[in-house]
Ligand binder design. Sequence first.
Ligand code: 6LW
Length: 503
Amino acid sequence: MADQRQPGTTVANPVIPGFHPDPSICRVGADYYLACSSFEYFPGVPVFHSHDLVHWTQIGNALDRPSQLRLPPDTPASGGIYAPTLRHHDGRFWLIVTNVSDGGNLLVTTTDPAGPWSDPVRLPGVAGIDPDLAWDENGDCWCTTAGIGQVRIDPHTGRTVGPAHRLWSGTPGVGCPEAPHLYRVGDYWYLLIAEGGTERGHGVSIARGSTPTGPFEPCPANPILTHRSSDHPIQNTGHADLVQAPDDSWWMVLLGVRPHGGSPGWHVIGREVFLAPVRWVDGWPVVGDLSLALPAPGWPLRPGPVLPRRDDFDLSGIHPHWISPRDRPEQHYGTKERAGWLTLHARGGSLDDPDVVFLGRRQQHLSCRVRTLIDPSAGRGGLAVRFDEPHHYEIEAGSGEVRVLARIGPLRTTVASRPVPAGPLVLGIQVTATRTAAEGRTGPDTLSLGVEEPDGAFTVLATLDGRYLSTEVAGGFTGRVIGMYASAGTVHFDWFDYEPLNP
Ligand code: 6LW
């Protein structure tokens, strides 16, 4: 087995920051592909590519057409798309996933993971979330779901073949067995699961058997990974998938969070993708160091992709990282109406409304600055940090003024306002993470919302506590998304800057 350590070399974990939970990975030759959950956002299931497991580039979204992804208007925040499994088999990529808000499990395929992916094959006979796909030596396809249950399927038609059966309930006394992935490694079939719930008790356990249908013998060292009851800076570690590198080393991708501030610790950008080395001892996987500075894989690292700092909206298409709640109809979102600008036509009247016209990208860094040049002369709109309908902060321009608005649960308030001259102006939000070792009651970060003056100086209208836009307050499975919206009429945006800052 290859040496997994390069003395003195570290790379940053998380390898995919921001809300990208439930990672599933596969390798084809020298290329790795990874997919994650997307919940109420359209398009759904972001797909990433990497050559080294460390630097990832989003190449598309598996579900990017309404014929593949319907999120009805009553889809709640954190409804929609849960937990894909991505596999390569028989010359094709297969992705199985659950739309909890429209028909349950579905499967799409492609020969190019950047897309397009096929229209979905539905699996009405497969109950449960977190579906996994595995093919045995006979070519039979096994679909394993949270619980942990299993049924044989015909992946071409979505029909089940034979009855479903229960495989494993996880470790006695630990709840929520979920996120199964089934693999053949050497002489055994391995059943990897998450258990303990996706919060602080999360963990990864494994069992093995001689057939894909069991019986399965739990690993005596379970959980093979958990940070529960520890003061580790990465918490909620679980929902993992395994991959073997071309040099025969093994790796785990998993979700984890980075809580910040005082007790109880708030995580604000959701569950992120972390990487950990794995070695096999006596036929069981042993998970190595999982830290914010990860020992580099034992192969040459290529330079990582440069994050697009500015989106200029000069092309007819937009980057795949842009997402919108529930749908993104062309009549409300476009880059052709005014050349070089993004045009938004309002539908819902505010971010409180499920049909708000909002185009955002995940906040991926604990500290960052975003700016946009808005022309609100034919409407009203602005720049928002969205968690869900009852939790968002925004700075909004229109009718000769800018206002900072905050919605926290049942409370909605205008925090500050000021007149501005007519015409385009730059709105900005700076997110500043609290330094570690914070006092007991310090929040995770602050958000300063303001406008840029003609001389380029940034005037802050309000600085708000970030804890109210966190999973610990809002609940659910997502994280912050920052972007542009329209609340009345037509609003144009010339560009959008996202700049990571050192915490
Ligand atoms: C997902 C489940 C989980 O279906 O959270 O962490 C759920 N694990 O496996 C939503 O992401």
